[in-house]
Design a protein around this ligand. Structure first.
Ligand code: SF4
Ligand code: SF4
Length: 343
C-alpha cells in the first residue's frame, strides 16, 4: 500500500502543481453528455478524435484493465513574458498561451516519474496521460482539481483556467479526494466576449464556431468568423483572458523549454516554408502534432494578414492565387479583399 499523502508529496517535489485522486469508475453521465452534443452537431467531424469511441474514452478500464484509481494533476502555464513578437515589417500571428511550450509533454514526463515511484513503493502498474485520450475534464472535476467554467474549461481555485491536465491510471487502491466545488455564479463574461458566439449557452461550446477548434480544422472559414478572427495563428483564449477567476492567478517561471515556439510566429515565414520545414522548425509542440494539417496553419496565416492590413504583404497573398489548393486560394482572395477594403 502507498498513502495518497506520500504520492502528493513526491509529486510536488517533482514540480507538479496540484495532485488529486479519484476512483477508476467510468464516467457514464459525462459520456452521455458528450454523445448528446455530438448528436446536436456541435463537433467538427474532421477532428482527429471525432471517430473515437466515447465510452472507451470515458472508462479508464479500457486503458488499464483492473484500474482502481486515477491520480489527476494539473500544471499552471501562466508566465509574464511578452505576448507578441511582431516587429515593424515582420507581422506575427498569435499562438495560444497553452501551447507556447509543450506543457503536456512536460507534465507527462513528471507523471511518469511519479508513476515509477508508485510502482517502486507498491508494485502497482500504471499508465500516464496528458491531452487525452481519457476524459480529462470529468476526471479533473471528480478528483477535485477544478470545476467547469461556463466556457467549458476547467477552473482551478489557485491557478484559474491557465492549466494543463494530466493523469496516472493505476491498479493500486487509493483514498479518493472529494469533487471540486465552485461555480461561476452570475458571471457570463466569457459568453459575452466570445467573438463568434461559440458559447451557445453556459457550459456548451459549438466547436464549429470556436476559433480555438477551427485553427486546426481544415476548410474555408466562413466570412462571419474570419472577420473576427484577428491575428490568431493557432488557438484562441479570449474567453480565458476575460475571466475574473483568472485575474488573481500569479505568473509562474517557465517550467520547461520543451517544444518552445513562443507567443507568436512570423507569418511571412509560415507562408514561405513547406510542411517538412514547418515540422522541423517547430518540432515537439502541439502545433506540429501528426494530426495538425499544415495547410490549416497556412490558411490561418492568410486570414491573419487580412486582419493586419499591411499592404507590403500583398505579394505574399497573391502568390496563393491561383494555387493548387482551392481552400488556400479562396482564403487568400478573402484576405486581399479585406486588406484592400479595410473591412
Ligand atoms: S476559444 Fe475563442 S472562439 Fe472559442 S469559445 Fe473561447 S473565445 Fe470563443
Ligand atoms: S468568465 Fe465568468 S462565466 Fe466565464 S468561466 Fe469565468 S467566471 Fe465563469
Amino acid at each position: 500500500m502507498i498513502r495518497p499523502s506520500r504520492i502528493k508529496e513526491f509529486g510536488h517535489e517533482l514540480g507538479i502543481d496540484v495532485i488529486k485522486i479519484t476512483t477508476a469508475e467510468p464516467f457514464t453521465e459525462e459520456a452521455a453528455k458528450i454523445l448528446e452534443q455530438k448528436n446536436e452537431g456541435l463537433y467538427l467531424r474532421s477532428e482527429h478524435w471525432y471517430k473515437r469511441n466515447i465510452d472507451k474514452i470515458c472508462d479508464v478500464q479500457t486503458k488499464l484493465p483492473g484500474a482502481k484509481a486515477i491520480i489527476a494533476a494539473c500544471q499552471c502555464y501562466l508566465t509574464d513574458e511578452v505576448t507578441d513578437h511582431t516587429e515593424p515589417g515582420k507581422p506575427h500571428g498569435l499562438i495560444a498561451r497553452y501551447t507556447w511550450r509543450n506543457h503536456y509533454l512536460d507534465l507527462r514526463k513528471r507523471l511518469r516519474k511519479l508513476g515509477h515511484f508508485i510502482k517502486k513503493e507498491s508494485g502497482a502498474s500504471f499508465r500516464v496521460f496528458s491531452n487525452g485520450p481519457v476524459a480529462e475534464k470529468p476526471i479533473a472535476v471528480r478528483s477535485g482539481i477544478g470545476f467547469y467554467g461556463k466556457h467549458s474549461i476547467i477552473i482551478n481555485r489557485t491557478y484559474g483556467s491557465w492549466i494543463v491536465l494530466g493523469e496516472i491510471v493505476t491498479n493500486v487502491e487509493l483514498e479518493p479526494d472529494s469533487r471540486a466545488l465552485g461555480d461561476c455564479g452570475d458571471c457570463q463574461k466569457c459568453i459575452d466576449a466570445c467573438p463568434t458566439g461559440a458559447l451557445i449557452r453556459p457550459y456548451i461550446l459549438d466547436r464549429r464556431r470556436c476559433i480555438q477548434a477551427l485553427t486546426n480544422w481544415y476548410g474555408v472559414i466562413p466570412d462571419d468568423i474570419a472577420r473576427v478572427w484577428g491575428n490568431r495563428l493557432y488557438g484562441c483564449s479570449i474567453c480565458q483572458d476575460v475571466c475574473p477567476l483568472n485575474e488573481k492567478v500569479k505568473s509562474q517561471k517557465p517550467r520547461t523549454d520543451l517544444g518552445y515556439v513562443g507567443p507568436s510566429l512570423p507569418l511571412l515565414e509560415i507562408l514561405n516554408i513547406d510542411e517538412a520545414e514547418y515540422r522541423r522548425r517547430y518540432s515537439n509542440n502541439q502545433i506540429t502534432s501528426s494530426w495538425i494539417k499544415f495547410p490549416a496553419i497556412q490558411r490561418n496565416a492568410l486570414i491573419c494578414l487580412g486582419h493586419i492590413q499591411d499592404t507590403t504583404t500583398l505579394p505574399f497573398l497573391k502568390k496563393f492565387i491561383p494555387h493548387n489548393d482551392a481552400i488556400l486560394a479562396e482564403t487568400a482572395e478573402w484576405a486581399i479583399a479585406r486588406l484592400k477594403n479595410g473591412s
